[in-house]
Design a protein around this ligand. Structure first.
Ligand SMILES: Cc1cc2nc3c(=O)[nH]c(=O)nc-3n(C[C@H](O)[C@H](O)[C@H](O)COP(=O)(O)OP(=O)(O)OC[C@H]3O[C@@H](n4cnc5c(N)ncnc54)[C@H](O)[C@@H]3O)c2cc1C
Length: 816
């Protein structure tokens, strides 16, 4: 063992790339100084050293943008603190559009960037050329200019972060390889290395493209796979100078930055080249892969079109470095659901330099507070499950994810690779009926159904897409007759044990200690009173509850519940998602159909709203839960998987007489939005309380033993009007389509952002749920007094606020 090799530390970080060093830096800034960082080679020698160093702030999620905004601030200040330069240059960036659709994307981006406080200007192609004179512009539709963007030197930045951490007491040790992770009773206890063991309270896996392997040392899934990422560096080019902004040409899949009077040119080609199928060599240090001009050709061709001088420029160096990519092109942060006190910060999808400042801070705060301090769901490791760690699936998926950086971010864009992945028992039946499938949490789900002559393929557009009429048909059937939705992808958790009721009641905001057979809609709140989930709790027995939650939330919700069970509670949690299909039978004729298939009494008196019964349906025995997500009479039939096909066929046999129609998720989304129903991760986030969401009715402040988040809600009530509120809007003009992310204005001033939107066929216009934010408070008077508009790619449309649901089945029905 090396002299002075530590034997214990509060935190051990595995990996000395930019991410590990940023986590060490931020932990020490938060006062946690007993930190040891272990690097198997030299700092930054993994992937970090050969990064191009672009730092662009724009992301599709506001909180992700705010992380990178913080990175830019940190990188500009770090040298003053540590004395080590970072190479940070605030040169700004230009992004150009080759098509009208791309220009729409840039304008939409500009609106949301402004809402997030990022400086951005929509400019003409000529103005772009003034900023970036070496480019040809004859094929361009326009551009945007982000003066706050920049570039940095990745190795210097890593060293500077490491110095900052060391200065506050962290120990950073190179040439130590972690060979194992020690675990006792489901809790991490330290690491084994080639130089001895270190016991630790917390271990952080920042091992870059080795992070999957480090995770497997202790049964933790870190789903990532490497792919080759390439750029060239040219000799001097006339007109290229050190202050030249970064330039992105996403339609050509390429980016440029200045380096020593020449250009760095790289990109994200649509079909990437996976690497490292047999594992990543431990000694892959300051190493590159062979040049691959064939793979690079598509980028080179597009670059020659943009910068004609490249044709005669000398190519001084070809960098081909592997980088790790995740199944959805977002990185992974957080405590692993499989192992307590084991954290992950990995899978940076070629955005690690830009993200490192903010991601390192966010992970350090998560460690110190034991929970994230803001909504980090897009990057939360719990959005993945162990099946996502399948190596063949990852290999096939990352071919597509690398290219997503510059692919058109069409509304409703689905990924095409490595599908189908998870299939409902009804998959073939729905496919035969013309289902156009999308994918959520790996599940194939019908988005919409074709009619005669249509192909089950979505034609993407920012206006109405080719399924517009299909969704009208499905919504009309549900509102006026009856629709059937395959919601098998719903996550289902069974909670059992003699303490189940008491334990769950502390975790749920509503009172779930109800009579057997009741179904309760509730939020699961954090200490801030914000939503960690919203779900339905069904009491099946004194000591047994079935929880049905969103498709993407199985791992997340199970983890949240387990973490909040006391050690001595007599409670078990089992994920029974695969055991049941869910068929939602929704619409005014749903009772007529079900009555013909069951001996159960379905009358309002015997089977009221918010109750669950085990009933016979055809030959099957299944749970029927009287709930609705569409605002109509209906039952969610929770059917053992092996009976799903039989129940589906029986419903259709009878349903023929009642106009039963197969419906997809696009219709479901529009139906719920017409009714103003909120969805977790869209309207309901860890930063939003039930009062701000307008869901105060689903909170039982007076429960005898309280619940997590209660104190925050009591304090919020005492403070009165909140600065945030979820508000339903419709657009007055019947033509525009909203997709989410659009800016909301009140009396001409930005006031919020659309979180979910759809075309409300029942109302004949677009409907949205938006987050309205006003420091002085958002109350009824404020909403009634304002003149609201929504901004769509630069155009503004009048919008109407709805303080009660825009679609009210008891009120006026607008005919489709
Ligand atoms: C060609 C190219 C260009 C890029 N350009 C940009 C860009 O312009 N902007 C941008 O934001 N991003 C860019 N990136 C991405 C960026 O480089 C990465 O996202 C980032 O460096 C990832 O940092 P990391 O700390 O996660 O990984 P790494 O830098 O790989 O660090 C992980 C470290 O863990 C160590 N390790 C692994 N296993 C063990 C073990 N068992 N014990 C001890 N140590 C271990 C490794 O040796 C390694 O040093 C680019 C990437 C490539 C390939």
């Amino acid at each position: 063992m090396a002299q002075n090799f530590p034997t214990q530390a509060q935190v051990v970080i595995v990996g000395g790339g930019i991410i590990g060093c940023s986590v060490a830096y931020h932990l020490t800034r938060l006062g946690w100084t007993d930190v040891v960082l272990l690097e198997q080679g030299q700092l930054s020698g993994g992937t970090t050293w050969h990064a191009a160093g672009l730092v662009g702030q724009l992301r599709s999620h506001a909180n992700m943008t705010s992380l990178i905004k913080y990175s830019t601030q940190l990188y500009s200040e770090l040298e003053a603190e540590t004395g080590l330069a970072t190479g940070w240059k605030n040169c700004g960036s230009v992004s150009v559009a080759r098509s009208a659709d791309r220009m729409t994307v840039l304008k939409r981006t500009a609106a949301s960037a402004r809402a997030q406080g990022v400086a951005i200007e929509v400019i003409s192609a000529k103005e772009a050329q003034d900023l970036w004179p070496v480019m040809a512009i004859d094929d361009l539709a326009g551009a945007v200019w982000l003066p706050g963007d920049g570039k940095a030197n990745p190795t210097d930045l890593t060293q500077s972060l490491a110095k900052g951490a060391r200065n506050r007491g962290a120990r950073i040790i190179e040439r130590v390889r972690v060979t194992g992770i020690s675990v006792a009773d489901g809790v991490v206890t330290g690491v084994e290395t080639d130089q001895g063991t270190i016991s630790a309270e917390i271990v952080v896996n920042c091992a870059g493209q080795w992070a999957r392997k480090v995770g497997l040392m202790c049964g933790v899934s870190v789903p990532l796979h490497s792919a080759e990422h390439m750029y060239i560096v040219t000799g001097r080019i006339e007109g290229v100078h050190p202050d030249l902004p970064v330039m992105r040409d996403p339609d050509g899949y390429i980016y440029f930055k200045e380096e020593v009077g020449g250009l760095v040119m790289g990109g994200f080609e649509p079909e990437a080249k996976p690497w490292g199928m047999a594992g990543i060599p431990d000694d892959f240090e300051f190493a590159l892969l062979p040049d691959d001009w064939d793979q690079f050709e598509i980028l080179m061709q597009n670059a020659l079109q943009r910068v004609p001088q490249l044709a005669t420029a000398e190519v001084k160096k070809f960098y081909n470095g592997p980088e790790s990519f995740t199944p959805d092109n977002n990185f992974m942060l957080g405590e692993a659901p499989e192992l307590k006190n084991f954290y992950v910060g990995a899978g940076f999808n070629s955005m690690g330099i830009a993200s490192a400042g903010g991601a390192g801070r966010a992970l350090a705060e998560w460690i110190v507070n034991g929970a994230p301090t803001m909504d980090l769901w897009p990057v939360d490791i719990r959005r993945f499950a162990n099946f996502n760690n399948n190596p063949r699936w990852l290999h096939d998926r990352v071919k597509e994810t690398l290219g997503l950086h510059y692919a058109m971010p069409w509304p409703n864009r689905e990924l095409d690779t490595a599908r189908p992945f998870r299939r409902s028992p009804l998959y073939d039946r729905l496919a035969a009926k013309g289902a156009c499938f999308g994918s959520k949490m790996g599940w194939e789900r019908a988005n919409w159904f074709t009619t005669e002559g249509e192909k089950p393929v979505t034609d993407y557009a920012f206006g109405r897409q080719n399924w517009h009429e299909a969704v009208r048909r499905e919504m009309k059937a549900t509102r006026e007759a009856v629709g059937i939705f395959d919601q098998t992808s719903f996550a289902k958790l069974l909670i059992q044990g003699r303490d189940a009721a008491v334990a769950l009641n502390r975790i749920c905001a509503a009172d779930i200690d109800v009579t057997i057979g009741r179904s309760i809609y509730t939020g699961l709140l954090n200490d801030r009173g914000g939503y960690e989930s919203d779900l339905t709790v069904m009491r099946l027995a004194t000591d047994r509850f079935l929880l049905v939650t969103g498709s993407a939330q199985a791992v997340h919700d199970a983890d949240w519940i387990r973490k909040n069970l006391t050690a001595d509670a007599h409670v078990t949690l089992t994920d029974v998602t695969s055991a049941y299909s869910v068929l939602a039978l929704m619409g005014p004729k749903s009772r007529d159909i079900l009555t013909r298939l069951t001996s159960a009494d379905l009358s309002n008196e015997s089977f009221p709203f918010a109750t669950i019964r085990e009933i016979d349906i055809g030959y099957a025995t299944a749970y029927a839960n009287r709930m609705t997500y569409v605002g109509e009479l209906g039952w969610e039939l929770i059917v053992p998987t092996e009976f799903a096909v039989g129940v589906y066929e029986a419903l259709h046999d009878v349903g023929r007489d009642f106009g039963l129609t197969d419906c997809g998720y696009y219709a479901l989304e529009a139906l719920r939005l017409e009714k103003g129903y909120r969805a977790w991760s869209r309207e309901l986030t860890p930063d939003i309380t039930p009062y701000e969401a307008g869901l105060g009715f689903a909170v039982s402040l007076d429960k005898p033993d309280g619940f997590i988040g209660r104190e925050a809600l009591v304090a919020a009530k005492a403070r009165g009007t909140s600065s945030k509120r979820i508000v339903q809007f419709t657009v007055d003009d019947p033509l525009p389509m909203l997709w989410g992310g659009e800016l909301i204005l009140r009396d001409g001033q930005p006031i919020g952002e659309v979180r979910s939107a759809a075309y409300a066929h029942t109302l004949g216009r677009s409907v949205a749920l938006a987050l309205v934010d006003n420091p002085a408070g958002v109350d009824r008077a404020f909403l009634e007094a304002g003149r609201f508009e929504v901004e769509l790619a630069g155009d503004r449309f009048a919008a109407t606020v709805h303080l009660s649901p825009a679609y009210d089945p008891k009120g006026l029905r607008v005919k489709v």
